[in-house]
Design a protein around this ligand. Structure first.
Ligand SMILES: [Zn+2]
Length: 384
């Protein structure tokens, strides 16, 4: 048993992490063990899983055995020396970093190291990044920083130059299929389908394999290209796509939002009559609602982005069908539709459609309005 066993297709970095763990036993920094790391890799490759596994092994008395109290509690967020920063909002602000730095200023409670995993270091605002930089630069610190980001370019050069960089790979479809079968008890047929259409994104594959509503939504999305026969239909398709994405996002955030507000009101003493208390609570609720709104916006965008990635695989498969290479088709569940579509489609057009989708994703990433972006895309996809 070992905390690194859960990492899928990342053998090239687990070796590095294991030597770092061995070197970390001395309690001082060395060539193998440094106090700032940057994990990058495509979405779903498991950047934060890798960072959390490393954090667990660092505080474990048995080098990351996986079953002792220390590494168990670190995995569930109950270890005092391991903190995982997950960001729901669009950015990590300087106030949050300052607060974090005060929290981690103390020596580790168990001796050894204190570890901070930051899942979305790409969302640090510039001032937040500069505040963090000061902490990372501090010599002789007992705090280990494990930052995660999609690519090196998503992190300020000043920060990345001080971190040891580890690049994760997208795991193979076969590796993801095996994880779903063995770890999550998913049937081989479903595991293969989910791994294939999620293209190595483990989280998405599991979500799809275990959620029927998500699968039926995906089916609707994959039918959209077949329905683009007029501009009217293009606008309709854009609306459906945004509706589905919004519905999916709110399904997963609605309950959480309510619970958070309830908890906050409880903390302030619901129904308290003291004037200061009432205004304090109202202000805090307002603040929380603002945060929830920014999280909801992000979730809808992420959801649309996922749908666009799915659509791109449709056109990719059309090209495959035109080239006569059907065994590596991603969307084998709609093979016959794709094959007949491919016969009516000029060969070079699928490439144009794929780049239009990529362009729409870029616009979304730069905060363009979702519906308008999707409308422009669908009109482009409908064009013959
Ligand atoms: Zn352990």
């Amino acid at each position: 048993m070992n905390v690194f066993n859960d990492l899928v297709g990342q053998e090239h970095i687990t070796e590095i992490l294991k030597s770092a763990i061995a070197a970390s036993r001395t309690g001082v920094e060395s060539q193998d063990m440094t106090h700032a790391w940057l994990f990058t890799g495509p979405p779903g490759s498991g950047r934060s899983s890798a960072a959390v596994a490393f954090a667990r092994a660092l505080i474990c008395p048995n080098q990351g055995y996986g079953a002792c109290n220390e590494c168990q509690s670190a995995a569930t967020g109950g270890h005092p020396d391991v903190e995982v920063i997950r960001t729901e909002g669009l950015s990590i602000k300087v106030e949050e970093i300052r607060e974090l730095l005060t929290r981690v200023a103390w020596a580790p409670s168990m001796g050894g190291w204190r570890v901070v995993v930051m899942e979305d270091a790409d969302r640090l605002t510039e001032s937040a990044a500069n505040a963090l930089l000061k902490a990372i630069e501090e010599p002789g610190t007992r705090t280990v920083w494990l930052l995660c980001a999609p690519t090196l370019h998503d992190v300020l050069p000043t920060i990345r130059s001080r971190c040891r960089h580890l690049q994760l790979r997208s795991p193979s479809i076969e590796a993801v299929t095996q994880v779903l079968i063995k770890r999550d008890n998913i049937s081989p047929t479903m595991a293969d389908f989910a791994a294939r259409v999620s293209q190595g994104h483990i989280g998405r594959a599991k979500y799809l394999a275990t959620n029927e509503k998500v699968r039926s939504n995906r089916k609707v999305i994959m039918q959209l290209p077949l329905q683009l026969r007029s501009l009217a239909e293009a606008f309709q398709a854009a609306q459906s796509l945004v509706d589905i994405a919004t519905e999916e996002a709110s399904a997963s955030s609605g309950i959480r939002d309510e619970k958070e507000i309830e908890k906050l009101q409880e903390a302030y003493g619901k129904g308290a009559t003291g004037r200061g208390m009432a205004t304090g609570a109202a202000k805090a609720v307002k603040e929380l609602e603002k945060e929830q709104k920014s999280r909801a916006t992000r979730m809808v965008r992420d959801s649309i982005d996922g749908a666009l990635l799915d659509l791109a695989t449709f056109y990719r498969d059309v090209m495959m069908a035109q080239a006569g290479v059907t065994e590596s088709m991603i969307n084998s569940d709609i093979r016959s539709e794709i094959e007949s579509y491919a016969t009516s489609f000029p060969a070079h057009t699928a490439v144009q459609k794929m780049s239009a989708i990529l362009e729409a994703r870029n616009h979304l990433a730069m905060n363009a309005a979702p519906l308008v972006t999707c409308e422009a895309l669908m009109c482009e996809l409908a064009r013959r």
